[in-house]
Design a protein around this ligand. Structure first.
Ligand code: ZN
Length: 166
């Protein structure tokens, strides 16, 4: 396994729509394991393939590892099938927009389907922070960042703060 370089805004690869994975090749397995290692080292709770420059529909997450044992999830070709009506707002950080957070509102629960590294399909309702994480990472596969959820004025002020860090 090896660490991958995490791309940061405004790298254009962060705005690309990623391609579905047809076959889980050894390259995909290596990518997923490298992404997990890179996520834990960052340290972060989720990482999507385009953040390391691979435009494929893969993300990894482990929303609670900082508070307890590690329970990594590798999600290939994830899709959200259903969303709760109740929504929640939270300050979200992103490894590709370091140093700032954006307050984003999302459904509090989502039903997500995904394939794991062994090719098994999972279909599960996620709620709370896990749902937030999954939606954030899935957004990356469609080239959407936290700042794309903001109104113009909020987005401009976030980018000003981001750029002021040098
Ligand atoms: Zn992110």
């Amino acid at each position: 396994m090896s660490l991958r370089k995490i791309l940061t805004w405004p790298d254009p690869r962060l705005q690309a729509i990623c391609t579905p994975v047809d076959v889980i090749t050894p390259d995909i397995q290596t990518l997923a394991n490298d992404m997990l290692e890179t996520m834990y080292a960052a340290p972060g709770r989720g990482l999507a393939a385009p953040q390391v420059g691979e435009l494929q529909r893969v993300f990894v997450m482990d929303p609670t590892w900082k508070e307890g044992p590690r329970s990594p999830l590798i999600c290939i070709n994830p899709d959200i099938l259903d969303r709760s009506d109740d929504r929640a707002r939270a300050d979200e950080g992103c490894l590709s927009i370091p140093g700032v957070t954006a307050c984003v509102e999302r459904p509090n629960s989502v039903r997500m389907v995904w394939t794991d590294l062994e090719g098994l399909v999972h279909d599960r309702w996620l709620t709370g922070f896990a749902a937030l994480c999954a939606q954030h990472e899935l957004d990356h596969l469609d080239g959407i960042l936290t700042l794309d959820h903001l109104e113009d004025a909020q987005r401009a002020s976030l980018l000003r703060a981001y750029e002021a860090q040098g």
